[in-house]
Design a protein around this ligand. Structure first.
Ligand code: KIV
Ligand code: ZN
Length: 514
């Protein structure tokens, strides 16, 4: 039997550290459920000590997820570790992941600690974590830029203290495949107790080599865990993308020879869900999950694929969960059909009241567009979470006027904590006018960093999905809105971003704090 490779997904922790990608508890639960369906081995659900919101999300996920191990990140100190242990209490299987930086640069400039102090703190942290669990992961942050002898000293000590997984972090994406793979190999060969731990790779994508580095860590280095995120979400240029490493390992099993527990047919649904919740669109030419990943445009390729699929396809679209855009429901579909489709999509609503609210949104949408796809249903569920009462700002109605040669104008009615406000303004275009109208009342002064529109299915009947990224006082948030009318979707996205900006949920970023 081939060796098993552990897939450790950190979309909900490292992925969430992307600017603006922060997720609510309910959004995290939806993604965790999908990760469980995908059969990832470990779900890093968050960083419990970073905020109450993160703590509660981890606690909820620990109580819901049964088949995957649930993990929390913790800096190498007692408070963080105790908080992680507390959040994970209800889990079937749990892991504490503790870390401290080991590179000269990070120790001196960021931690302002000597190597001896870091060594002691790493040891004490793992010793303390052992009081709560025997499933402990230790990461030397900025490991790939650390001194080899010092790294060996720290890692040998933490394994002796009981760390069961050692995760060689390429925190800033500095590694190149051969050298990173050799680093993992050298560490394993030099340390007398290296066989007492599973070796793991954690690569960032700053030079576009995260997937290659991770695979080299496995193939050359002998690592048996890969840390990755859906769509490669993560700080700066992101992390190793789950879909790419998984499909590389599967498609080239002849070369890697490793077993994976992943249900690959859940990859595309996971990708769509994460993109929809975070507002980070997937580029069309992205491997495996991009809209063009299986599209053959050239005549020669089309001809080849029609004659024999494997002439130009090394994977089958359906094996990674691509289905032709199927109409799943329509205007005449009843509540039972809707509820069943929710179940088939793995969406669990908390109450019958929530199902009813989503069903009436579905009916409204079916009046606007005759064909309802799975993507529309996912968007309805996300919109419901932003429904009146749940959020600070909520769109009531809007009107806008645009005509060739005239400056567009808009009037938007929305509520702010239940109080109705009416904003009117003009703008460069209808979207600008609508956003200005909202801003004329809210006066947030936030800077707009990004505005993007994406059709969630195909054709002009599709709903538009708009992402707005705002920044204010060092905080960056993404808002997502969907509607068949892209101007209304823009208003929803802007209000959703403002809701996040006005929420009190402040978080610590593990990489920015000692
Ligand atoms: O990139 C990194 O170093 C991390 C650690 C916390 C593992 O995310
Ligand atoms: Zn990371």
């Amino acid at each position: 039997m081939a060796d098993k490779l552990i897939i450790f997904d950190t979309t909900l922790r490292d992925g969430e550290q992307s600017p603006g990608a922060s997720m609510t508890r309910d959004e995290k639960i939806r993604i965790a459920r999908q990760l469980e369906r995908l059969r990832v081995d470990v779900i890093e659900a968050g960083f419990a000590a970073s905020s109450n919101g993160d703590f509660e999300a981890i606690q909820a996920i620990a109580g819901i997820v049964k088949d995957s191990t649930v993990c929390s990140l913790a800096r190498a100190n007692d408070r963080d570790i105790a908080r992680a242990a507390e959040a994970l209490k209800g889990a079937n299987s749990s892991r504490i992941h503790t870390f401290i930086a080991t590179s000269p640069l990070h120790m001196e400039k960021k931690l302002r600690m000597s190597p001896d102090q870091v060594f002691e703190q790493a040891k004490l942290a793992v010793r303390y974590a052992r009081q709560f669990t025997d499933n402990i992961e230790f990461s030397p942050e900025d490991g790939s830029r650390s001194d080899l002898d010092f790294l060996c000293r720290v890692l040998e000590a933490v394994i002796n203290e009981g760390a069961t997984t050692i995760n060689v972090a390429d925190t800033v994406g500095y590694g190149v495949p051969e050298l990173y793979g050799q680093l993992v190999r050298t560490l394993r060969e030099r340390m007398p107790n290296s066989d007492k731990a599973v070796w793991s790779v954690h690569c960032h994508n700053d030079l576009g080599m995260a997937v290659a580095n991770s695979l080299a860590g496995v193939q050359l280095g002998g690592a048996r865990q890969i840390e990755c995120t859906i769509n490669g979400l993560g700080e700066r240029a992101g992390n190793t993308s789950l879909e790419e490493v998984v499909m590389a390992l599967k498609t080239r099993k002849d070369y890697f020879g490793l077993e994976l527990g992943i249900d690959t047919t859940q990859i595309v649904p996971a990708s769509k869900l994460v993109s929809q919740i975070t507002g980070f669109n997937v580029q069309p030419n992205k491997a495996v999950v991009g809209a063009n990943a299986f599209a053959h445009a050239s005549g020669i390729h089309q001809d080849g694929v029609l004659k024999a699929r494997d002439t130009y396809e090394i994977m089958r679209a359906e094996d990674v969960g691509w289905t032709a855009n199927k109409i799943v429901l329509g205007k005449l579909s009843g509540r039972n059909a809707f509820k069943q489709r929710l179940q088939e999509l793995g969406i669990e609503m908390e109450s019958e009241q929530d199902v009813n609210a989503a069903f009436s949104r579905f009916k409204e949408l079916a009046d606007q567009k005759s064909e309802i796809f799975d993507e529309d249903i996912l968007a309805i569920v996300s919109n419901e979470a932003q429904a009146e009462g749940n959020e600070h700002f909520y769109l009531v109605s809007m009107a806008q006027h645009s005509e060739t040669g005239e400056r567009p104008s808009a009037r938007v009615v929305f509520t702010a904590q239940g109080k109705e406000l009416v904003g009117e303004s003009d703008g460069n275009g209808p979207v600008d006018a609508v956003l200005n109208a909202i801003e004329s009342q809210v006066k947030s002064g936030a800077e707009q960093l990004l505005y993007s529109v994406n059709a969630i299915t195909t054709g002009t009947q599709s709903q538009g999905e708009v992402t707005v990224r705002l920044s204010k006082a060092g905080r960056i948030v993404n808002g997502v809105g969907t509607d068949p009318d892209i101007v209304a979707a823009s208003a929803k996205a802007y209000l959703s971003a403002l809701n996040k900006l006005y929420s009190k949920a402040e978080k610590l970023n593990p990489q920015l704090t000692p």
